[in-house]
Design a protein around this ligand. Structure first.
Ligand SMILES: [Zn+2]
Ligand SMILES: [Zn+2]
Ligand SMILES: [Zn+2]
Length: 325
């Protein structure tokens, strides 16, 4: 199914548009143009884009990756080194002296008031007696080490964790594919055709209309009203209408006192949807390859199987003679 908001974001990409991720100073990723065009009932913009990429309507191009906190999912993590013994971040790279007696410590420990002296064996230092290196010294547990452990920390909840524990998010930019353009044309043609069919029957029609129900507004593909007869229809365009979405659509139609009309652009619907249409609570129509709207359609067990490689199946579905013709 494609929601009016989803159709809007795909349509916006014509002719050569693309959606780019934006990363805020806090590290939050967003697709502002998409957010603006989608309706409140639609899914998260990134999920919607990924969904259409999976279906081949959009092509995604890798941009970068961001990492989010495994505790609170805030983005924009900070890097820090920590003590390999106690895990404290208060481990600082400093000059460490190692005396011939075996004692090692930061340079400051050897700095006595009257010259340099080993704090352990108390011998005055000769330059040949000491080995000077840059190493990490932990201010919490006084451990000295060469290679600190690496951690990321969250500015929001302050948790500290190994980099591998951070949740990776991949950022893509999206553009319309050639298949997607065809798909879009087909959805829009179906929408236009059903609007014209309804207009021929003296309905006042509006495409991508907003309908308000008890203060909450919702978009529909087509709204058709006949004030004289006090009749109202709302239209939903689907590739393969599934029961769950059609149930929700019918419930909405009911709540605003409109008759629901569903147009399948694949020519097929789920069995449960067909059962509903057998009653009078729903008008089910098929948009054919030749641009005609017909009352015959095929049924499939589940629209889920229809979601992979739908272009092929679209073709296949259209080759099958319609049930009830
Ligand atoms: Zn330590
Ligand atoms: Zn010493
Ligand atoms: Zn966090």
């Amino acid at each position: 199914m494609v929601s009016p908001g989803e159709l809007r974001i795909i349509d916006e990409l014509i002719p050569n548009g693309e959606y780019k991720p934006e990363i805020s100073a806090e590290g939050t990723v967003s697709y502002p143009n998409v957010t603006q065009l989608l309706d409140d009932v639609d899914d998260d913009p990134a999920d919607v884009l990924e969904h259409f990429a999976t279906r081949g309507v959009l092509a995604n191009e890798f941009v970068s990756k961001v990492y989010v906190c495994p505790e609170c999912t805030t983005e924009g993590l900070q890097y820090t080194t920590v003590c390999s013994a106690c895990g404290s971040a208060h481990a600082i790279e400093t000059t460490v002296l190692e005396h011939v007696c075996g004692y090692a410590g930061p340079e400051t420990e050897f700095d006595a008031a009257d010259g340099y002296r080993c704090p352990d064996c108390e011998m005055d230092l000769e330059s040949s007696d000491v080995d000077e290196t840059d190493r990490y010294v932990c201010e919490e547990c006084s451990e000295i080490f060469d290679i600190p452990d690496e951690r990321l920390w969250c500015r929001e909840c302050f948790s500290l964790f190994p980099p591998v524990d951070a949740i990776e998010r991949v950022l893509y930019r999206y553009r319309l594919t050639a298949d997607g353009e065809q798909w879009l044309d087909r959805q829009k043609d179906a929408r236009q055709t059903i609007a014209e069919v309804l207009a021929d029957r003296r309905f006042e029609t509006e495409i991508d209309a907003t309908v308000t129900d008890d203060g909450a507004s919702r978009s529909v593909h087509v709204l058709a009203e006949d004030d004289l007869l006090d009749e109202r229809r709302i239209v939903s365009i689907h590739e393969t209408p599934d029961e769950e979405r059609i149930d929700a659509f019918c419930a909405f139609a009911n709540s605003i006192d409109a008759h629901p009309v569903v147009v399948t652009t694949s020519g097929a619907v789920e069995e449960g949807v067909a059962a509903r249409a057998d009653g009078s609570e729903l008008t089910l129509l098929a948009y054919r390859e030749n641009g005609a709207i017909e009352t015959s359609y095929e049924t499939v067990e589940s629209a889920d199987t229809h979601r992979q490689g739908f272009f092929q199946r679209l073709t296949a579905a259209l080759e099958v003679p319609g049930k009830g013709q």
